[in-house]
Design a binder for this molecule. Structure first.
Ligand code: PA5
Length: 428
């Protein structure tokens, strides 16, 4: 991954060369802490070891009985879906196996999806670290019934990734379903490079080894200096800009295949760093589409934003046909990709000329290695930001609160969080 932080300097809010030098000292200290956590396989830090610890042969062997299905339906939510969705979307050109994701519990959407799927040739990939998440288990029960109704033996077409215990593990054991284990010490949103994020890709026949190799390259570049480590530099620059008022980080990839990446990033950033009254709100944008909407705000609205521009250095192009239409002849002879790159550079310059901080991230291509690099780098950046801000990066108490409240409301246990919702209902 290539990083250019030049446009984070000198603007407003902005950093100076001196700030970077000072930050570099703090990065060195944080790096030591992270290395210790990795060496001890501490909760959360263990995720940064995944390029070395994940066993892609084991994943391939586990999904091998399913052969090549027509479709894979991943049932999971949050960290148990977004990593897989990001990899699938980035590498969709490598396969004919369709990938679908059922994360939300919107009945209309679910009904529509189930109606459209070839259920007799779909592998259901159920993923839940805890094995207790209401949305995931409810969706799975609905899918299971749909398969029953269609005369399909769901036990032959269901694959499970979960922890050592919990309802989902019990179900997998009871029906002898093929399964993988979520590795210890890897929180949901840091699990893209583990069994959680890679099983779907393996079922689709994607190059998951390449994804891990890309992550490994990024892992090898971690060092005690932000000047040598793009991932840490990104995390440190975001942290320092947030301290100076850039409280929103708009993640703006210039590739449709990276749209899910922005969504994955938003979860990682918000759930890891939104604590103790601090954090930087992730916004999702897509170039060039959002140049025609959000860019107005980013260039001329409050000076409280950082824009992160992401693009591949190489992409397949489509020629724009020559035309003699008045005023349009300048387009002929270029490519759509060329136009997209020009739009990228125009956005970057338009922000820079107004002193609006922005950062450029590039990968060689949206391929297995490229997406592996991006995923790993953003995880390492998140951990670095969390260390610099003194946060407990790997917890998610607010998310857990909501999960307990929902379960309690549906009669799934006695949770005080549910009482708060009941009180509110009475009040309104
Ligand atoms: O990052 C997290 O911890 C969450 O987003 C979880 O991944 C999400 O809530 C799903 O949890 P589970 O995998 O236990 O079903």
């Amino acid at each position: 991954m290539y990083l250019d932080i030049g446009n984070a300097l000198g603007g407003s809010p902005g950093l100076t060369e001196d700030t970077l030098d000072h930050l570099d000292e703090r990065v060195g200290i944080a790096h030591e802490r992270i290395e210790q956590g990795r060496a001890d396989d501490e909760h959360g830090y263990a995720a940064l070891n995944l390029p070395e610890t994940v066993d892609t042969d084991e994943i391939r062997a586990a999904v091998e009985p399913f052969g090549t299905p027509e479709a894979v339906l991943t049932v999971g939510i949050g960290g148990s879906a977004l990593g897989a969705a990001t990899i699938s979307a980035a590498l969709s050109d490598q396969t004919d196996v369709e990938a679908h994701f059922l994360d939300n519990v919107d009945p209309e959407d679910t009904a529509e999806l189930l109606d459209s799927l070839p259920l007799d040739d779909t592998v259901v990939n159920v993923v839940s670290r805890s094995g207790t998440t209401a949305e995931t288990l409810s969706n799975f029960l609905v899918v299971r019934e749909a398969m029953d109704d269609a005369g399909v033996d769901w036990t032959e077409q269901t694959f499970v990734t979960t922890g050592d215990d919990g309802n989902l593990r019990n179900l997998a054991d009871k029906h002898d379903l093929p399964s993988l284990k979520v590795p210890e010490g890897v929180p949901g949103r840091f699990s893209a490079l583990s069994t959680v994020g890679l099983a779907c890709g393996a079922l689709q026949g994607l190059d998951i080894e390449g994804v891990v190799a890309g992550a490994q390259t990024e892992m090898d570049s971690l060092s005690g200096s932000l000047y040598d480590s793009p991932a840490y530099a990104y995390g440190a620059v975001c942290y320092a800009l947030a301290e100076r008022g850039a409280l929103t980080n708009a993640m703006m990839p210039y590739a449709e295949s990276l749209e899910y990446f922005a969504e994955w990033f938003a979860q990682l950033w918000a759930e890891s760093l939104g604590k103790e009254q601090v954090g930087q709100t992730p916004a999702r944008a897509l170039g060039a589409t959002d140049q025609h909407s959000q860019l107005q705000l980013y260039r001329a609205g409050p000076r409280d934003k950082l824009v992160t521009l992401v693009r591949p250095r190489e992409r397949e192009d489509i020629d724009i046909p020559e035309t003699d239409l008045e005023g349009l002849s300048y387009l002929g002879g270029s490519g759509l990709g060329e136009l997209l790159d020009a739009e990228f550079e125009a956005t970057e310059a338009s922000l820079a000329t107004e002193g609006r901080p922005n950062v450029r991230i590039e990968i060689d291509a949206v391929d297995a290695e490229g997406i592996g690099e991006l995923l790993y780098a953003m995880e390492a950046a998140t951990v670095m930001y969390g260390e610099l801000a003194g946060l407990s990066t790997f917890t998610q108490p607010a998310v857990e609160w909501g999960k307990k409240a929902a379960r309690g409301l549906l009669g799934g246990g006695d949770f005080e969080e549910a009482d708060a919702v009941a009180d509110k209902r009475t009040y309104t």
